[in-house]
Design a protein around this ligand. Structure first.
Ligand code: APR
Length: 254
């Protein structure tokens, strides 16, 4: 049964769990980037309340690349270069540096974990920092891409450029998938931060950790698909506030 923790003494329990874990893995979703200014997909202010997820269907992208790219640019690229990692990202990168977190699996494509210094990051849904040509499969960094004319075309073969993140109906990047399953299978503690847990197969990763005996700690503003199912400890609140609190408690009991 999920234990809902609220006060500092209870948070101390989680701080001790993290500090004493042998292989802690973080699993993050859009909620970890909300305090950086990137809206979530679902719930209050969610992107899917304003945009039709169909624009991120692979078939639609190939049928209507110009229309699809207009929405993609508005949703994912208009914020690029204007948002920074928040305290939750920075604490996770620091915990990796200190050996407290061994790997970070993210559903996010915003590259904010990498920007904050996390290195062992598995981009389960790809990464928006790269575009890929659907014809010659060459990559273009977003810095070098020209998005004033849509859809962007490959300079080498004039093929259609696609963001290097997965669309609905597209397979998960193989390396990220296998690394994520491997990390979930060997972790003794999984921190689930800012995800509703509604999108498969990403939402199966914490289930693998649970089935292998990991303790599951969840940080979220509201209960998710994991709460009262696999979550052992639920910390209610903003990731950008709870993570620094946990960090301070870890340093206190060090
Ligand atoms: N701190 C912690 N959690 C937060 C915060 C915050 N500041 N703000 C929002 N949340 C929580 C919400 O309560 C919600 O549970 O983050 C979660 C965001 O849920 P979604 O928007 O569904 O994001 P996510 O679970 O990552 O979506 C998974 O769906 O559309 C696809 O590919 C897309 O990767 C995405 C996938």
């Amino acid at each position: 049964m999920t234990e809902f923790l609220h006060n500092n003494n209870q948070l101390r329990k989680i701080a001790k769990l993290i500090a004493s874990s042998k292989y802690c893995v973080a699993f993050t979703g859009a909620g970890v980037s909300v305090e950086s200014g990137i809206p979530p997909f679902r719930g209050e202010g969610g992107l899917w309340n304003r945009y039709d997820p169909q624009t991120l269907e692979l078939g639609y992208f190939f049928e209507q690349p110009d229309k699809s790219w207009e929405v993609i640019r508005e949703i994912f690229y208009n914020f690029f270069g204007k948002v920074d990692p928040n305290k939750a990202h920075l604490v996770l990168a620091d915990w990796e540096n200190r050996g407290l977190v061994k790997a970070l699996i993210t559903q996010n494509i915003d590259n904010l974990h990498q920007q904050s210094g996390s290195k062992e990051v598995y981009d389960f849904h790809g990464n928006a920092m790269r575009l890929v040509c659907v014809v010659c499969e060459s990559y273009v960094s977003i810095e070098d891409a020209e998005l004033s004319v849509l859809p962007p075309r490959c300079k080498g073969c004039t093929g259609l450029l696609k963001p290097d993140f997965i669309f609905f109906g597209e397979g998960i990047p193989q390396l990220a998938y296998s690394k994520s399953v491997e990390a979930a299978s060997q972790c003794d503690l999984m921190l689930i931060i800012g995800t509703a847990g509604e999108v498969s197969p990403a939402n199966q990763i914490p289930i693998i950790a649970k089935n292998k005996g990991a303790v599951i700690v969840e940080i979220n503003l509201e209960p998710s698909a994991y709460t009262n199912r696999i979550t052992d400890y639920y910390l209610s609140g903003k990731a950008g506030e709870i993570m620094p609190q946990l960090d301070a408690l870890i340093k206190e009991c060090a």
